[in-house]
Write a protein that binds this ligand. Structure first.
Ligand code: ZN
Ligand code: ZN
Length: 403
């Protein structure tokens, strides 16, 4: 079968690989009809989330049709149309039972203390081969698969595999409640859904911050007030918008590939740029930039520092942007002295997916609007390159099965 395979930092290829087989009784084999490329995949190829095993199939967002199930799977059978949760949880350990699927004791082959297991991730996550392929083996299929109603098409469902629940989780852990003013840092695909989720949780104002004008425009259309940090100092701007108090809640939807301003009053001094460079080097010891591709963000802690600096006293920050274990640059002192609450982590997807799918089904949200590109799986590598360059308009790429 065809699959997108990680070969090394800066080296991703479309390969022919053996089709997956059932290994455990709780496995299912799913024929993937639609997958998607995520910013998380880019972190791996840029080297800012290190530790990938060469040969791992990438991708953790998928919709498909069940081909085969193991003996232990009784809620799905061949022919069922399903959404795949990007995080894998067994459903029965003490953590899954409390809803912490991202901290499952059993899903990670590296053991209970190894952390989150998800499709197409670094060695420390298992690794489990991913979903940018014609077929995928889905462990713990009874919890990792979610049945799709016929009325929800692939394009509507695919964002609910990862980015919408991740964003919703961001609004939950940021304690967004009725009447809140919420800062959403980053207007990429997850940021777009963070804006939607903050409003769903009762926010009355959402202020979205980015420097890509196409992404800010999409945020504005979702109802957010927008701040372009290449045009204004975002710290001053958030102060002005909130009479100096700052937003009650903030969601970091950026992660390790954060960027500093490239123009405007907040452009970093040479001293600040030097600190940013040191942080990039400490986190991404190995990078492989080529022709403008696979360039790490130049300021890994920029979004965090702004979020902490601008939050109201006693506010809450929810971090859903991805940071690797190598990253130790969080501004803890500033946060501590403002009595901030900081919550973070990988989303416990199975906890939210059904609820979000029912909202899609009822027409409250149409997640397909975030998809700007639809490419065949066979064109995945070219799509990776365009998406990585943050080319205007390339917000979110769906990969469709050919034929
Ligand atoms: Zn993702
Ligand atoms: Zn578990």
């Amino acid at each position: 079968m065809k699959a997108v395979v990680f070969h090394g930092v800066g080296d991703v290829r479309l390969d022919n690989v053996p089709s997956p087989k059932i290994k455990d009784p709780t496995d299912a084999i799913v024929r993937i009809t639609t997958a998607a490329i995520c910013g998380t995949d880019l972190h791996f190829i840029r080297g800012t989330v290190p530790g990938m095993t060469p040969g791992t199939i990438l991708g953790h967002e998928g919709v498909g049709i069940v081909e085969e199930v193991g003996k232990g799977v009784t809620n799905y059978k061949r022919g069922d149309r399903v959404l795949v949760s990007s995080v894998i949880g067994c459903g029965s350990c003490a953590f899954c039972q409390r809803g912490y699927f991202a901290q499952c004791d059993d899903a990670n082959a590296k053991g209970p203390l190894a952390g989150t297991s998800f499709f197409g991730g670094p060695a420390a996550t298992g690794p489990v081969d991913g979903l940018q392929a014609e077929y995928a083996r889905v462990p713990f299929a009874h919890t990792t698969l979610i049945r799709l109603p016929d009325s929800v098409n692939d394009a509507q469902a695919i964002p609910v595999s990862d980015i919408y629940p991740t964003a919703y989780f961001g609004a939950v852990i940021a304690d967004v409640s009725e009447g809140d003013t919420v800062a959403v840092w980053g207007c990429g695909p997850v940021g777009q859904f963070a804006i939607v989720s903050a409003f769903q949780r009762g926010a009355t104002r959402v202020i979205a911050i980015d420097h890509h004008t196409d992404r800010l425009e999409r945020g504005r259309l979702l109802g957010a007030e927008v701040v372009n940090f290449d045009e204004v100092d975002p710290v001053a701007a958030l102060g002005e918008l909130t009479r100096g108090r700052g937003p009650h809640r903030a969601i970091d939807a950026v992660g390790v590939d954060s960027e500093s301003p490239s123009a405007g009053p907040a452009i970093p001094t040479s001293e600040e740029s030097a600190i940013n460079r040191q942080q990039v080097e400490a986190i991404a010891s190995k990078t492989n930039e080529q022709d403008g591709n696979w360039r790490p963000g130049n300021a890994p802690s920029q979004a965090q520092r702004w979020a902490v600096e601008t939050l109201a006293k006693a506010g809450t920050l929810g971090i859903i942007g991805v940071y690797p274990p190598e990253d130790g640059f969080f501004p803890i002192g500033v946060a501590m002295n403002k009595n901030l609450t900081i919550k973070m982590g990988n989303c416990n997807h199975p906890r939210y997916i059904r609820k979000l799918i029912s909202m899609v089904e009822s027409g409250v949200v149409d997640p397909s609007r975030v998809l700007t590109e639809h490419e065949p799986l066979t064109d995945a590598i070219a799509a990776y390159r365009e998406f990585d360059k943050r080319k205007p308009g390339w917000i979110k790429v769906a990969l469709n099965a050919g034929k």
